[in-house]
Ligand binder design. Structure first.
Ligand SMILES: [Zn+2]
Length: 166
């Protein structure tokens, strides 16, 4: 008797972007208001949560990182909507026969308070990936004023994903 075991792959993603004046603060496709009007700098919209999730998805299948698919040298991705980039990455994952089991992320930001925006972020990610919001964890923490996040030089994000073979 042969038993079919589920096949799983885990992926880990990390990203950080610098906080600057004159940029929008977009995280998880949500436009956040920073008390000092700071936003994240980057080639695309610098959506640190969405980038960490994309790298986790790619890492789970040993497909490299987002720089390989959307190089900063390519003008096409200038100020790109990262949720759109995420929709391209999930296509790639599904083409290889894999499905998202769950995603968990932690955003490290001193300000603004992330919690009021978490449900909206979950909705955006769930909609883009076409998965249930209950499969997506988004947490936020300050860095206790330590390090670059604590000094408000930037905002970072860590994500893990679990993929399941279909
Ligand atoms: Zn990024």
């Amino acid at each position: 008797m042969t038993r079919k075991y589920p096949q799983f792959r885990i992926g880990n993603g990390y990203d950080i972007h610098r906080l600057v004046i004159g940029r929008k603060l977009i995280i998880g496709g949500v436009y956040l208001q920073h008390p000092d009007n700071l936003g994240l700098d980057g080639h695309s919209d610098a959506d640190v949560l969405t980038h960490a999730i994309m790298d986790a998805l790619l890492g789970a299948l040993s497909l490299g990182d987002i720089g390989k698919y959307f190089p900063p040298s390519d003008e096409e991705w200038k100020n790109a909507d990262s949720l759109f980039l995420l929709s391209k990455i999930i296509e790639l994952i599904r083409k290889q026969g894999w499905e998202v089991n769950n995603i968990d992320s932690v955003i490290v930001a001193e300000r603004p308070k992330i919690k009021p925006y978490v449900e909206m972020m979950k909705k955006n990610i769930a909609h883009t990936l076409q998965i249930s919001e209950s499969s997506i964890g988004i947490k936020a923490t300050t860095n206790e004023r330590l390090g670059p996040e604590g000094r408000e030089e930037g905002i970072s994000c860590h994500s893990v994903v679990l993929l399941e073979k279909k």
